[in-house]
Design a protein around this ligand. Structure first.
Ligand SMILES: Nc1ncnc2c1ncn2[C@@H]1O[C@H](COP(=O)(O)OP(=O)(O)OP(=O)(O)O)[C@@H](O)[C@H]1O
Ligand SMILES: [Mg+2]
Length: 483
């Protein structure tokens, strides 16, 4: 019988070395463990070991920096990277530098053993070209280290070397578009364009022409030939947002394009080869839509090749603190005054349900940064924000009871502008101010119609779709039947 495989373990934490040595030993492997990256490198150079398990941060070197060297020297040697510093960037770097698998700490021993088994069993593939993530991109697009998010980072990282179709599912405001962008930005089509199209925002009769383009004179109003999103996204990624809202005829046409790999524009005859990677997203339950006859099952299976489910924010409460601080920091960079959150405030944020998810949290933080006079935000300030949606806004020192709207707005804008005079670059003022006005306007109108959006749209004189989009963008909680 051949001698059992040898696993090289590098981790500066002695207890992890002990646990791994015992567990691997019990499973019949030989183990050599070290706390230094230099020792690991020496073993690798000397041709020792059949598998490496390494930590990232070690006193003398970084496991991620060692990876390309190991891969160059011994391309067939599998490396499993584990890290407590589990961000999207660690996962992406580990994968792109050729790690066989990336395990965020703490991990399950059973899981580790099954990864080890797979690593030793799988035939050595031809080494992938080592792709580096874009430089200067140390700023993470996705924040949060909950178990759920780490699973998502691992999936994104694995997908960086493929063009597989991805379906992102999650409630409104959970970060679906951000995930779609990360898939593009770290994927192999990142040099190409990222083109998004939102099925819920385009009138149904225009969807096919938006997707596939049209010829001059194809329909009334088509004065010129126009490129569709499929053509614009060539060599890049096409993001089909709110796919659950796609009308049936367009679904049929999309399915045909995906099956045949080519499309024709509306009114055109010449087929054009599709060269896009598709990422789709929806907040709807598509399986239910299929049962209700609203979504084609065959299209679903075409799109649902790799499903990614983004959990609602209330299911990853441990991320709320870092997210909140991140958004306050973003607001400060946008020119608003710096604010801090005390522990009570974080607890209050964590106890809330967040129907509008991360977007609602982001809007709340921006609003607090703009309007809270205190530097430290406390639990009381947070609770006041969550009190009774739909109730008239309490008069505050910003909006005195006798003050007219114009005066209040003027005061608000002066505050924003004085922040910019204090040396803070001010950005997005226009959107910020409009949001401050639109939010109560829409929230209170909705409250007065008991959540009836059709009536509210009529009262406001807005198109229903416009109102729906604003409710979403402003993260206004939708409560039906309250009064
Ligand atoms: N993990 C995260 N880290 C940092 N910012 C996030 C995260 N998730 C979401 N956001 C921010 O929250 C906002 C909403 O995210 P996004 O637009 O991706 O949500 P969505 O799921 O597409 O929502 P919808 O279904 O309403 O379209 C964005 O401003 C985004 O930058
Ligand atoms: Mg979205």
């Amino acid at each position: 019988m051949a001698s059992p495989p040898t696993v090289l373990v590098a981790d500066d934490d002695r207890s992890i070395r002990t646990v791994l040595t015992q567990a691997l030993g019990r499973s019949g492997y030989q183990v050599r463990a070290t706390g230094s990256a230099a020792m690991l490198w020496r073993w690798v150079e000397e041709g020792e070991g059949d598998l490496v398990i390494t930590d990232v941060v070690m006193p003398d070197d970084n496991g991620l920096d060692l990876l390309p060297r190991i891969k160059r020297h011994r391309p067939e040697l599998r490396v499993i990277v584990m890290s407590a510093q589990s961000t999207l960037m660690t996962a992406v770097k580990a994968t792109q530098r050729g790690a066989f698998e990336y395990l965020p700490k703490p991990f399950d021993l059973k899981e580790l053993l099954s990864v080890v088994e797979r690593a030793l069993a799988a035939p050595a593939a031809i080494a992938d070209p080592v792709l580096e993530p874009r430089d200067g991109e140390e700023r993470l697009p996705l924040i949060g280290r909950s178990t759920a998010m780490q699973e998502i980072y691992r999936t994104i990282a694995r997908l960086t070397t493929t063009d597989l179709t991805v379906m992102v599912n999650g409630e409104s405001g959970t970060g679906k578009e951000l995930v779609a962008r990360a898939l593009h930005d770290y994927g192999r089509r990142r040099a190409g364009p990222f083109v998004a199209i939102n099925m819920a925002a385009i009138p149904r009769e225009l969807i096919e022409s938006e997707l596939f383009g049209h010829e001059r004179g194809a329909f009334t109003g088509a004065h010129n030939r126009s490129q569709g999103r499929f053509e614009q996204a060539a060599a890049g990624t096409l993001f089909l947002d709110e796919i659950g809202d796609m009308p049936p005829e367009a679904q049929t046409r999309l399915l045909r394009v995906l099956q045949e790999g080519e499309f024709t524009s509306v009114g055109g005859r010449q087929p054009i080869r599709a060269n896009v990677r598709i990422v789709a997203a929806t907040h709807r339950d598509l399986r239910q839509a299929i049962r209700a006859g609203q979504f084609r099952e065959d299209l679903f299976y075409r799109l649902n090749v790799v499903p990614i489910r983004l959990p609602p924010l209330r299911e990853r409460a441990e991320d709320i603190g870092v997210l909140a601080r991140h958004f306050l920091e973003k607001a400060r960079e946008g020119g608003l005054p710096a604010k801090a959150l005390d522990q009570g405030a974080i607890d209050a944020l964590r106890a809330y349900r967040w129907p509008g998810n991360v977007r609602e949290l982001e809007n709340l933080m921006r609003r607090l940064a703009a309007l809270t006079p205190q530097e430290v935000i406390t639990a009381d300030i947070i609770s006041a924000e969550f009190a009774e949606p739909g109730e008239p806004v309490e008069p505050s020192e910003f909006h005195g009871p006798g003050e007219d709207l114009g005066a209040a707005v003027e005061r608000h804008i002066r505050t924003l502008l004085s922040a910019s005079r204090d040396g803070m670059p001010t950005r997005d003022i226009y959107d910020q101010v409009l949001a401050e006005v639109e939010r109560p306007l829409i929230r209170l109108t909705l409250a007065s119609t008991r959540g009836n959006q059709i009536k509210a749209a009529a009262m406001l004189g807005l198109n229903r779709n416009t109102l729906r989009k604003k409710i979403k963008d402003l993260a206004i909680p939708v409560v039906r039947g309250i009064g």
